[in-house]
Design a protein around this ligand. Structure first.
Ligand code: C2E
Ligand code: MG
Ligand code: MG
Length: 260
């Protein structure tokens, strides 16, 4: 399609841009990392969000090229953070499409980006959604294990929304789960939904996983997820996705987040 073609050219023409959304350690309020989120500065269209083009890229192997571009850019940035990390650990999370996991060579692509840039693998986190992992559980387990053997962290994004990975968690070599923001939204108004958050936390705990709450939009949300014992938090109340330099300023300042 036209958009697909334009995107293919856009990747080559460096029309993609990344923003970083800060993530806080809820116990200390320190910004201890960020998630890289892609945007497309499409000529004549302005800044286009990922919800308007990732699904188009996912129709073909174009998504693998897009993911590789993001991986490379993020690892370049991470390489520059090596010295700063000596003070306190900091991580950058990259979203990877299920198609890349299933049809591409994700392990080789990650290894290439790390080697070419000299980034520290332990500062890189790969986010995947559960539906993708469960499509071919054996392949997923093998791939995740290979990534973790290299020192990269694995996180399950939008946890609870897909074909649930709940039953398979003990087979999956992962480090953390991100509770989808729909549960945080629902927990504001319903005790039953608040109980879902507790259940996810209990499951995460019993598997030794870090639990991250997404979509923190108000002071009440923040108090709620902190009170329930989530480890880390992310959302508009803490910070919007920011230009990279602004996010870095927050990550590397010694001050804790004002709101968090
Ligand atoms: P995601 O990985 O779950 O990313 C979180 C999305 O929630 C981001 O939207 C972020 O801006 C938004 N968000 C953060 N805090 C809040 C909040 O408090 N309230 C609300 N309502 N939203 C919040 P964004 O940037 O539009 O990204 C949408 C999705 O596009 C991502 O969901 C991810 O699945 C995909 N995506 C983004 N960047 C990439 C990428 O580089 N590669 C791939 N393969 N997918 C990407
Ligand atoms: Mg994500
Ligand atoms: Mg998410």
């Amino acid at each position: 399609t036209e958009t697909e073609l334009a995107l293919r050219r856009g990747i080559e023409a460096d029309e993609l841009v990344l923003e970083y959304q800060p993530i806080v350690d809820l116990a200390t309020s320190r910004v201890d990392g960020a998630e890289a989120l892609v945007r497309w500065r499409r000529p004549d269209f302005g800044l286009v969000g990922p919800n308007d083009f990732i699904h188009i890229a996912e129709r073909s192997s174009l998504i693998i090229e897009l993911d590789r571009w993001v991986l490379e850019r993020c690892c370049e940035r991470l390489a520059g953070w090596r010295d700063r990390d000596a003070l306190s650990p900091i991580r950058l999370a990259v979203n990877i499409s299920g198609r890349h996991l299933m049809e591409g060579d994700l392990v080789a692509d990650v290894a290439a980006a790390l080697e070419r840039t000299g980034a520290d693998p332990s500062m890189l986190e790969i986010e995947l959604t559960e539906t993708h992992l469960l499509g071919d559980l054996d392949l997923a387990v093998e791939t995740l294990r290979a990534l973790r053997d290299r020192g990269v962290r694995i996180s399950i994004d939008d946890f609870g929304t897909g074909y649930s990975a709940m039953n398979h968690l003990r087979h999956l070599p992962i480090d953390s789960i991100k509770i989808d923001r729909s549960f945080i939204v629902a927990a504001r108004v319903s005790d039953a939904d608040a109980a879902v958050v507790d259940a996810v936390l209990a499951i995460g705990r019993s598997h030794g996983l870090e639990v991250v709450a997404e979509g923190i939009e108000t002071a009440e949300d923040l108090e709620f997820v902190r009170g329930r014992g989530c480890d880390r938090g992310q959302g508009y109340y803490i910070s919007y996705p920011l230009p990279i330099e602004s996010a870095e300023a927050l990550m590397f300042s010694t001050l804790a987040m004002q709101h968090a």
